[in-house]
Design a binder for this molecule. Structure first.
Ligand code: IPD
Ligand code: CA
Ligand code: CA
Ligand code: CA
Length: 258
């Protein structure tokens, strides 16, 4: 994608995200309508669904030939990545939204023939929009971001997911112990932003496509690496334990799997 094409999408998508933010804030002080999905820790609210419905409607109008993969299933049933594909998480960190009204995000990205092209990750309460495109750069609001320092695991904080640590999946407790400290944030999107900003050297979690597709484009553009825990490229149509890290921390994490 060239810079002017990105700028055109950026202007539109930023408006859509702003509208989604307004919708979230409109529900802030009222009781939410909450449903369980797979269990009591996997919840969805009317705000997740409304956001997805609106974002899907905008994409359908602006990019009618594209497929849409959204968490709440209001897009398409996507089985291949040929052509244009939008991947979206209309509210990432639903439990944080319900319990904290803080630390949740909106994520959208555009893939073409399976390759990530442009991405928008909005930290709603922090009012931080991370947006950028492959080969063009990443901006935090209006400021062009510089790649974070390539620190090893031993010199940084490690963002891990609660279930992976609790069950010690893929040596997660040893990874935490090898870092300067573990952090559990509860939103994949917000955790990605910490690594993008160089505040943490890695984030590791069991993630679905809409949890990592957006952050992956931004992270790679900033010289970070996004792989499965065994060093493979994660597919944006399946789920796996995903690592986003500095190059050095990723090597440290992979070495610990042996
Ligand atoms: C969840 C959050 C959480 C991660 C889960 C995701 P959701 O997304 O990002 O941090 O550990 O795997 O499902 O459901 O709140 O959009
Ligand atoms: Ca969810
Ligand atoms: Ca999510
Ligand atoms: Ca979600």
């Amino acid at each position: 994608m060239d810079q002017s094409t990105f700028q055109q999408w950026d202007a539109q998508v930023t408006q859509w995200i702003d509208e989604a933010r307004e919708n979230i804030l409109a529900h802030f002080d009222e009781p939410l309508s909450i449903e369980e999905k797979s269990g009591r820790r996997d919840l969805v609210t009317q705000v997740d669904k409304e956001n997805e419905q609106r974002l899907v409607a905008h994409i359908r109008q602006a990019d009618p030939d594209a497929q849409i993969l959204g968490e709440e299933g209001l897009g398409d049933h996507v089985t291949e990545t040929d052509g244009r594909l939008w991947i979206l998480d209309p509210l990432d960190g639903t439990m944080n939204f319900i319990k904290q009204r803080d630390d949740f995000a909106i994520m959208m990205s555009l893939y073409i023939d399976g390759i990530g092209q442009a991405a928008w990750l909005y930290d709603v309460m922090g009012d931080r929009l991370f947006h950028g495109a492959k080969g063009i750069g990443v901006w935090l609001n209006d400021r062009l971001m510089a790649p974070p320092a390539n620190l090893p695991l031993s010199e940084g904080l490690a963002s891990l997911s609660g279930p992976l640590v609790r069950h010690d999946v893929d040596h997660m407790q040893a990874i935490g112990a090898a870092s300067l400290g573990m952090r559990i944030i509860g939103s994949a999107g917000i955790a990605f932003t910490k690594v993008l900003r160089g505040q943490q050297v890695c984030y590791i979690s069991y993630l679905r496509p809409w949890d990592f597709a957006t952050g992956k484009i931004l992270a790679e553009e900033l010289g970070l690496v996004v792989t499965t825990v065994d060093g493979q490229t994660p597919s944006v149509l399946s789920y796996s334990v995903v690592v986003v890290a500095t190059k050095q921390a990723q090597q440290d994490i992979i070495a610990m799997q042996a």
